[in-house]
Design a protein around this ligand. Structure first.
Ligand SMILES: Nc1nc2c(ncn2[C@@H]2O[C@H](COP(=O)(O)OP(=O)(O)OP(=O)(O)O)[C@@H](O)[C@H]2O)c(=O)[nH]1
Length: 308
């Protein structure tokens, strides 16, 4: 008899064999959207105790997870955040990770790493690996399918909490453009907001990848309130904290945090300078004579004036 883990892996592999990637290729089961765009200015958070800035003072990338039922709109949301055009057709995804720069309307920006996972239960044993070091988990559902919100309560919230208890949660209602159709039983805004409260999510936001309307998601990730909440929690954490979100600052706080190290350094340097100056002042009396040196110059000038 096979050990359980082997059986699970085999099941996953055989299932994914039938999944085509979004670029249309049948070979690769893992869909990645081109080369990673991590430049020298972006540092990924990995270990515990990482602060907001990298060792070279660069901006740290926050990890954001997208989870939710099959076909609820996670991949389309990721595409919209990354600036891709909307695609109407549905192609099941397996896994995708992309580096996205969020630009706020007030000039704030942040680099985030977004991980898109399959909503299929076939990947329930593999998906937990992605939660590692996640700062924020976006619990996504389709507003036109109330059962997908139900799944958030019975499955996705539980999964996120068990694999990444310290990550911050955002409840995201996808396909908000469908509200206009009014032909289906939609999840109301009020209903979803109440769910967000029950789930302990930071807030409820709606978006439409089709209409390229992801502002509320961006704002939630960049809002100072979100950043403050997360920063406070980060400060409360001890160095021995074993939570999976080692540096759970909001994506939006990364820019501000990036400047923290240099300012601390400056303060230390000026203290040293002050100490040196005070020592110099103590030795000042013997140097009093040279300070009076300008006097003869004045005299000389006066003399010159007199000559003229
Ligand atoms: N009307 C509308 N349709 C959308 C929107 N976002 C996604 N869709 C459609 O919904 C279907 C599923 O979208 P995906 O983004 O692939 O869903 P997913 O959650 O990634 O699904 P899995 O990969 O199976 O987990 C596709 O046919 C999309 O075109 C939206 O904002 N509005």
């Amino acid at each position: 008899m096979q050990p359980p883990i082997t059986g699970e892996l085999r099941r996953t592999a055989s299932t994914s064999a039938g999944v085509r990637n979004r670029e249309g290729g049948a070979g690769s089961n893992i869909r990645r959207s081109g080369p990673s765009r991590f430049g020298s200015s972006v540092t990924m958070v990995h270990g515990r105790g990482s602060s907001g800035s990298g060792v070279d003072g660069s901006v740290v990338t926050r990890k954001v997870m997208l989870v939710g039922d099959v076909s609820c709109g996670k991949t389309a949301l990721l595409g919209a955040l990354a600036g891709d055009p909307f695609r109407q057709g549905y192609v099941p995804s397996v896994f995708d990770s992309r580096s996205v720069t969020l630009n706020g309307t007030d000039g704030r920006s942040a680099d985030i790493l977004v991980l898109d996972n399959s909503g299929s239960s076939h990947y329930d044993t593999v998906r937990p690996l992605s939660y590692q070091h996640a700062s924020v988990v976006l619990l996504c559902f389709d507003i036109s399918r109330p059962e997908t919100l139900h799944s958030i309560h019975v499955k996705w919230h539980r999964e996120a909490k068990s694999h990444c208890p310290s990550a911050h949660l955002l409840l995201v209602g996808c396909k908000s453009d469908l509200r206009l159709s009014k032909s289906q039983r939609m999840v109301s805004h009020h209903q979803a907001s109440e769910s967000a409260t029950q789930l302990g999510a930071m807030c409820y936001v709606e978006c439409s990848a089709k209409d390229n309307d992801t502002n509320s998601v961006r704002d939630a990730l960049l809002s100072p309130t979100t950043a403050q909440k997360m920063r406070r929690q980060h400060q409360q954490r001890t160095p021995t904290d074993t939570g999976c979100s080692s540096s759970a600052d909001a994506a939006g706080s990364s820019v501000a945090e990036g400047t923290r190290e240099p300012s601390t350094f400056k303060r230390t340097a000026s203290k040293r300078l002050l100490r040196r100056l005070s020592l110099l002042r103590e030795r000042q009396p013997p140097r009093a004579a040279p300070q009076e040196a300008p006097a003869p110059e004045v005299e000389r000038d006066k003399k010159n004036c007199a000559i003229m």
